[in-house]
Write a protein of this length. Structure first.
Length: 472
């Protein structure tokens, strides 16, 4: 069981906010007089009821005092059964192995929630992705590759293991259980045969930079470098505690007041929107933007390390919320920015990474695979912050299971198109085949996919995503 974060400053601030808002609520500045008129209570009756109110408050306080031992025991039990701090620490990194100076490298980029139909097959005319198109023109591109699952919590274990799972479940700070598609056995994902263990068996240095899963706690001992950040979306229910720990109690108190003010405004809104929910979304948008910056910085650093032969990059874009403005080409965003802006950020990221590798002289010996964990999910985002008319138009056909699959092989510039549908569960085996020397051209990769695609289908590809309150 993971420990429940109890922030003392948050508790005190919440009590203060409740008292202040309650006093304002029942003041003549706001709703006292309307409440009196509706309930028929006079000033004299209110003054006469003050003593009863105080007595009730005192009795309630005494009752809470007697209940305190039970609450104390409950919190103590939770504390004793929680995991130690050491469970939240990354595993020590693997030893760096010596590699040949001109050996090939493989970088596997997963852009979270990147949709093939929107980004490529049926791209809106207003969206320009020059770097992605440039890369497609010199790579193998599959136009009907399908997702392995509809949400990251299951899709990433399937991709990293190259094995079909039907369920994943968090069991602790450093444990994620997976259940194979063809079995009821519950397995510890950290002990599964993954792309990292297979690359390490080939005497290759491996690394990962990503978000959502605690990769460093699960696979750190197989990696020479690891950086992982937890997604802010998973902490939505603990937004107040998260804000307090990152911004401080004073800032969090101001946010609580703003949330309460928006709750009052919501009483007079008739457009179906919630100001308090929008305020939360704006905060999470900022958090996701910071996560992208952190991941980008570590990703570019590891990509330029010639000792790393296999590198996985899991970016939190184009996953909503929108964190980029494609018209101004900057990160100043508001509610008018949407999924298309995040796709433009994907394009910018590809261009920046390519430029860095070319400058370092590493581009021509680097194999690059770009795909996604799952496609865009309109049912999850419709009506939320950043949902625009553009979004409504591009999602008119509903969700699509298609994800990008672009393989740029080292030293190659041939453009090969694979139209046959297949699941991108083949990605791990394909990466190993490239690093093992069995595949060196786009034509060979296409033939390999053709041979494998008959065995690559998995029912997990059609699994629906959970609702907004579930895992991403």
């Amino acid at each position: 069981m993971q420990p429940v974060p109890i922030h003392t400053g948050t508790f005190i601030a919440a009590v203060i906010v409740k008292i202040v808002v309650g006093a304002l609520w029942y003041s003549r500045l706001l709703f006292l007089e309307p409440w009196q008129r509706m309930s028929g209570v006079t000033d004299e009756q209110m003054r006469g009821g003050m003593a009863k109110g105080m007595l009730t408050w005192i009795l309630g306080a005494l009752l809470m005092t007697f209940m305190f031992p039970a609450l104390f025991l409950d919190f103590m039990s939770s504390s004793l059964s929680s995991e130690p701090d050491s469970a939240f620490q990354p595993k020590p990194p693997a030893m760096v192995l010596t590699v040949a100076p001109e050996s090939q490298r493989f970088i596997w980029i997963i852009f979270d929630e990147m949709d093939q139909r929107i980004a490529i097959n049926e791209r809106p005319v207003s969206l320009d992705l020059p770097e992605l198109d440039r890369l497609r023109g010199e790579s193998l591109e599959a136009r009907h590759a399908t997702q392995t699952a509809g949400f990251t919590g299951l899709a990433m274990p399937i991709l990293i293991s190259g094995r079909a799972y039907r369920q994943s479940e968090i069991k602790g700070a450093s444990r994620l259980d997976v259940i194979p598609e063809d079995s009821a056995e519950r397995l510890d994902w950290a002990h599964e045969h993954t792309v990292f263990s297979r690359a390490r068996e080939m005497n290759l240095n491996t690394a990962i930079v990503g978000w959502y899963h605690p990769y460093c706690r699960l696979f750190g001992s197989l990696l020479v470098d690891c950086f992982a950040t937890a997604t802010s979306h998973a902490g939505r229910a603990l937004l107040r505690e998260q804000h307090a720990s990152q911004e401080g109690t004073l800032s969090m108190t101001g946010m609580l007041f703003r949330l309460q003010l928006e709750n009052i405004k919501d009483l007079y809104r008739f457009d179906g929107l919630s100001g308090s929910e929008i305020l939360k979304d704006v905060y999470l948008q900022g958090q996701q933007q910071q996560e992208y910056f952190q991941i980008r910085e570590h990703a570019y650093t590891d990509a330029l390390d010639p000792r790393i032969s296999f590198l996985m990059l899991h970016f939190p874009t184009p996953h909503m919320y929108a964190i980029y403005n494609r018209w101004r080409k900057d990160f100043n965003v508001d509610s008018t920015n949407d999924y298309l802006d995040n796709l433009a950020l994907v394009d910018r990221t590809i261009g920046e990474l390519r430029a860095e590798l070319e400058t370092a002289g590493l581009w021509d010996r680097t194999n690059l695979l770009i795909t996604a964990d799952h496609g865009f999910r309109p049912d999850m985002w419709r009506g939320r912050y950043g949902w625009t008319q553009n979004m409504e138009r591009i999602s008119a056909k509903g969700a699509s299971p298609l994800v990008p699959f672009i393989l740029k092989l080292a030293g190659q510039q041939n453009h090969v198109v694979v139209d046959r549908p297949f699941s991108n569960i083949v990605s791990t085996d394909l990466a190993m085949a490239v690093l093992g020397g069995q595949i060196s051209t786009a034509s060979q990769a296409a033939e390999w996919i053709d041979r494998r695609s008959g065995h690559a289908e998995t029912s997990a590809a059609q699994r629906p995503a959970p609702g907004p309150s579930g895992a991403r």
